[in-house]
Design a protein around this ligand. Structure first.
Ligand code: NAD
Ligand code: UFG
Length: 338
């Protein structure tokens, strides 16, 4: 199989490229490096012992996309490329709609022109909004989304659904990720946020490594057992494996299929802090801060559909995720700049 991986130099993309190559699948990565560096792919090459074909291009660049499809015959596309910072998307909505929507439209058009009609799309649990029920199944109605980033995910899900309805030759798999954390066991690839991290785990690891003084825990008055928000954290290597399993499924011509990728276990912010401290023997100073706008109290999934139809389930637990996140950060205090 030959797969185009958009955004393959990024956090989830680089881990997925490792798992694809391990499974003997050929890949071509296209990435404009707006939120990543070539170094991640060099490290993927060191892990796998194989070269990673890479095209540095923007998916909005139609000529570049045409050239990629003219020079390769792909069985499917795994589409990670996009901007993903929730807060930034509120400040710069046009940038988010332009990059994520316009870029994806060029990609989909060029896929159709090349006759490549199989796509796996990185969606997010954010489409459930404040979920109507937990654990969240794929039947849970979509909720009110509070930011432009999340709306691009919702819109792209709808656009792909409409494309598949109009032309049943398309196979579209929407993967709704819960909260990816962790890193490859080698400690050589991992999450590499720009500036001060917005997300919990990279913030914790930067406190642990001494780059930040203390963690602010956003809210301790939620209606949860310890008052802090509950999420479904999933190891990025499990998530990557979910894409390999989704590729097997896409070959069975599923039409449109939607899967939650999470562990099915909810953990509070305090659970994560304590698991990190215990797994790594490092103290994480923290203090409680006001709630963060847009956060929902509880969000975790029912991952039974992915188990039944993809033969996929998460193997790593929270301790594994904390251990692997820390190994990456400790070995690379400045990410890929080291
Ligand atoms: P990331 O920023 O590390 O990776 C995205 C990659 O896409 C980067 O390498 C970036 O350089 C590239 N990119 C962005 N715009 C591009 C463009 N126009 N042309 C070419 N390349 C472009 O993010 P990630 O965490 O690996 O996320 C991958 C995907 O999964 C994204 O679509 C994201 O929205 C989605 N997702 C992420 C999370 C999460 O918590 N990390 C949760 C749900 C969904
Ligand atoms: N948190 C803190 N302090 C921090 C950072 C986060 O207490 O410094 C808390 C948040 O309030 C939340 C939890 O940790 O309760 C997890 O927050 P993250 O920012 O790590 O993750 P979110 O659940 O807010 O968002 C993630 C992705 C989004 C995606 C969403 C889908 O970052 O891209 O999951 O649910 F849309």
């Amino acid at each position: 199989m030959n797969i185009l991986v958009t955004g393959g130099a990024g956090y989830i993309g680089s881990h997925t490229v490792v798992e694809l190559m391990k499974a003997g699948i050929d890949v071509v990565v296209v990435d404009n490096l707006v939120n990543s560096s070539k170094e991640s792919l060099k490290r993927v090459e060191a892990i796998t012992g194989k070269a990673v074909p890479f095209v540095e291009a923007d998916i909005r660049d139609r000529a570049a996309m045409k050239k990629i499809f003219a020079e390769n015959k792909f069985d499917a596309v795994i589409h990670f490329a996009g901007l993903k910072a929730v807060g930034e998307s509120v400040q710069k909505p046009l940038m988010y709609y332009e990059n994520n929507i316009s870029g994806s439209l060029v990609l989909f058009e060029e896929m159709a022109a090349a006759g490549c009609k199989n796509i796996i799309f990185s969606s997010s649990a954010t489409v459930y909004g404040d979920p109507a029920f937990v654990p969240i199944t794929e039947e849970c109605p979509k909720g009110k989304i509070t930011n432009p980033y999340g709306r691009t995910k919702d819109m792209l899900e709808q656009i792909l659904t409409d494309i598949q309805t109009a032309d049943p030759d398309w196979n579209v798999i929407l993967l709704r990720y819960f909260n990816p954390i962790g890193a490859h066991e080698s400690g050589t690839i991992g999450e590499n946020p720009n500036g001060i991290p917005n997300n919990l785990m990279p913030y914790i690891t930067q406190v642990a490594v001494g780059k930040l003084k203390e963690l602010g825990v956003f809210g301790n008055d939620y209606d949860t057992p310890d008052g802090t928000c509950i999420r479904d954290y999933i190891h990025v290597v499990d998530l990557a494996d979910g894409h390999v399993k989704a590729l097997n499924r896409i070959q069975q011509n599923p039409g449109l299929a939607i899967y939650n990728l999470g562990t099915g276990t909810g953990s509070s912010v305090l659970d994560v802090i304590h698991a990190f401290e215990e797994a790594n023997g490092v103290k994480i100073p923290f203090s409680f801060k006001p709630r963060r706008a847009g956060d929902v109290a509880v969000n975790y999934c029912d991952a039974a559909k992915a188990k039944k139809e993809l033969g996929w389930e998460a193997k790593f637990n929270l301790t594994d995720m904390c251990r692997d996140s820390w190994r990456w950060q400790k070995n690379n205090p400045n990410g890929y700049e080291d």
